[in-house]
Design a protein around this ligand. Structure first.
Ligand SMILES: Nc1ncnc2c1ncn2[C@@H]1O[C@H](COP(=O)(O)OP(=O)(O)OP(=O)(O)O)[C@@H](O)[C@H]1O
Ligand SMILES: O=c1ccn([C@@H]2O[C@H](COP(=O)(O)O)[C@@H](O)[C@H]2O)c(=O)[nH]1
Ligand SMILES: [Mg+2]
Length: 239
């Protein structure tokens, strides 16, 4: 069922922390081209998601902490659908979508794309998937992202994973990654680490206070780390 609603812009323009925080970091702010007057057609997500009884896991951690690597293992073992927010944005850029150049610049500078863009992409993927178990990797990046997701999907995560990794190790992994990402260079990595500390740690803290956070020491081999992840899902999946 489709209904007419206003865009996500009111949430974006009235929630100040992200804009202020990004400005404090010395970044130019991406002013959204969505107008608060512009009605956007969105699927009636909240109702249909609630009916599906979804199991949502947010996967958080700094750049190169191993989120994508561990998600792959969780998918193989427990059959989740993996949605990487960064990957969805990179796909949008490659498909030359309307705002591709703004997205590319934002990612090159290690800044955060407006919630309305990211939430919409995640929501579309969830709606078109048959799965009822999602790993949402690299999202929410900010308190504003978190609030926008809750508001527009009506969902909250069941579990939040935080891969805790020393900065030095994260930098080493990112610079060795060799996947041709525009943000895998020392200058952007430094900015991403700063953005992680200022904008993402408060989200992690929020879920910790609500008893949803599983903090995992992300130093060790990929298999060693997965052995710390496994019991979190075994408990609900019976594996
Ligand atoms: N435990 C590990 N030890 C050593 N290298 C690892 C480990 N886990 C992942 N890596 C490697 O580090 C790099 C970054 O891992 P990955 O892409 O999973 O991180 P990420 O958290 O998804 O990063 P980003 O936020 O930048 O997408 C990859 O090249 C991956 O193969
Ligand atoms: O919710 C999100 C997720 C990502 N971004 C931007 O993409 C890059 C890369 O993300 P990875 O998770 O490391 O693949 C990130 O640095 C941000 O610039 C975003 O804006 N919002
Ligand atoms: Mg990743």
């Amino acid at each position: 069922m489709w209904r007419r609603v206003t865009s996500l812009s009111p949430v974006i323009s009235t929630s100040k922390p992200t804009s202020l925080d990004q400005a404090a970091l010395g970044f130019k702010i991406w002013r959204s081209s969505f107008s608060t007057e512009t009605p956007t057609l969105v699927k009636d997500g909240p109702t249909s998601f609630k009916e599906r009884n979804l199991f949502i896991t947010f996967v958080l951690g700094g750049p190169g902490s191993g989120k994508g690597t561990q998600c792959q293992k969780i998918v193989e073992t427990f059959g989740f659908k993996h949605l990487s927010a960064g990957e969805l944005l990179r796909r949008e850029i490659e498909s030359n979508s309307e705002q591709w150049s703004q997205m590319l610049n934002t990612i090159k500078e290690g800044r955060i794309v407006p919630s309305e863009v990211t939430v919409k992409l995640i929501q579309q993927e969830m709606e078109s998937s048959d799965s009822n178990k999602f790993l949402i990797d690299g999202f929410p990046r900010t308190e504003e992202n978190r609030i926008a997701f809750e508001k527009f999907t009506g969902l909250e995560p069941n579990v939040v994973l935080f891969f805790d990794c020393p900065e030095e190790e994260m930098v080493k992994r990112v610079l060795n990654r060799n996947e041709g990402r525009v943000d895998d260079n020392i200058d952007t990595v430094k900015k991403r680490l700063k953005v992680f500390e200022i904008l993402n740690l408060p989200v992690i803290d929020y879920y910790s206070k609500r008893g949803k956070l599983h903090k995992i020491n992300a130093v060790g081999t990929e298999d060693e780390i997965f052995e710390k992840v496994r019991p979190i899902f075994s408990a609900c999946a019976g594996k």
